[in-house]
Write a protein that binds this ligand. Structure first.
Ligand SMILES: CC(C)(COP(=O)(O)OP(=O)(O)OC[C@H]1O[C@@H](n2cnc3c(N)ncnc32)[C@H](O)[C@@H]1OP(=O)(O)O)[C@@H](O)C(=O)NCCC(=O)NCCS
Length: 274
């Protein structure tokens, strides 16, 4: 969502819809790919050779290919193709089927999910040159990543979106510490709204997360019907230098495997070898 405030425009978000009619039903996931309650996190760099890009493109549904074509800038088209293709390649790994037969739908506020009843839950985020993915069985989760960068209006964004407690913690820091703290807070909040799937429908100032340097990632307080802070787990992520992220889910802490971030070209062969 920070991209909505700061970044280049994307094409309009697709309405809830089913995937292409020629896609076939998928098989059940290979549950042995997950340890008990395990969350697996994968990161890819959104750069690839022409051949790899063509392969990623070939994994997309007709609708996704049309979406890719709506991006005016080639770089954004490439990022979308690699990011969505990466999701399909990873889901194919867990489902044991070709990536292009996977049927995805968007929930009411745009959260992609598997159309067929499947215990696999996943979420995706992208920023800068990275796409970050989280997968688990039987527990909705949300992931967010941001490339660390200078923001001129960090304090005014915080005043607009953060809770009062978060704002006062942020402003208590030296200006040099504020940038990282801002992104720690932002990604933790985004991971939560993405886990629920409601996006902007949830006011970001209605719940509070930790942000101070050295403070473990956790929810301090959550208002409303989505459980209390202690029902939720929040995990800090630093998937590569210059990037910060967070993972959120409504469950006690799950074992988490964080795979090293790799170039998009390498992902298919790494998965093939597993
Ligand atoms: C979902 C949302 C938080 C994404 O934040 P972002 O920082 O722009 O983007 P990220 O890179 O972290 O995540 C984007 C990915 O999240 C996933 N996503 C999209 N909508 C989602 C949702 N509601 N919940 C969880 N994940 C979502 C998609 O995989 C998307 O990737 P794609 O665009 O390549 O398909 C933000 O766009 C949002 O709030 N959207 C909902 C819009 C909404 O609420 N509309 C109602 C009007 S108030």
């Amino acid at each position: 969502m920070l991209k909505l405030l700061l970044g280049p425009k994307r094409p309009p978000r697709a309405k809830p819809q089913v995937a292409d009619a020629d896609e076939v039903a998928i098989v059940k996931p290979d549950q042995s790919r997950f340890g008990p309650r395990e969350v697996q996190i994968w990161g890819i760099w959104l750069t690839a050779s022409d051949a790899a890009l063509a392969y990623y493109r070939s994994t997309l549904s007709l609708h996704e290919s049309q979406n890719a074509e709506k991006f005016r800038f080639p770089k954004l088209k490439r990022c979308y193709t690699l990011s969505r293709g990466g999701l399909r390649i990873l889901l194919a790994h867990y489902l044991g089927c070709p990536p292009n037969v996977i049927r995805l739908i968007n929930g009411p506020n745009g959260k992609p999910e598997l159309r067929d009843s499947s215990p696999i839950r996943f979420n995706v985020s992208h920023s800068g040159q990275m796409a970050l993915y989280a997968f688990t069985l039987g527990c909705e989760l949300g992931i967010d990543v941001e490339e660390l960068r200078e923001l001129d209006d960090l304090e005014s964004i915080a005043l607009r979106f953060f809770s009062t407690g978060e704002v006062s913690e942020l402003l208590s820091l030296n200006p040099e510490e504020r940038g990282f703290a801002f992104f720690r807070c932002w990604t933790r909040k985004e991971a939560y709204v993405k886990a629920i799937g409601d996006g902007l429908a949830i006011p970001l100032n209605r719940f509070r997360v930790t942000l101070l340097p050295g403070a473990p990632a956790r929810f301090v307080q959550i208002d409303g019907e989505m459980g209390t802070a202690s029902d939720w787990t929040l995990q800090h992520l630093e998937p590569a230098p210059g990037y910060v992220g967070a993972l959120a889910y409504q469950d006690s802490q799950r074992p988490t495997t964080i795979h090293p971030t790799v170039r998009a070209d390498k992902l298919p062969e790494i998965l093939h070898a597993r």
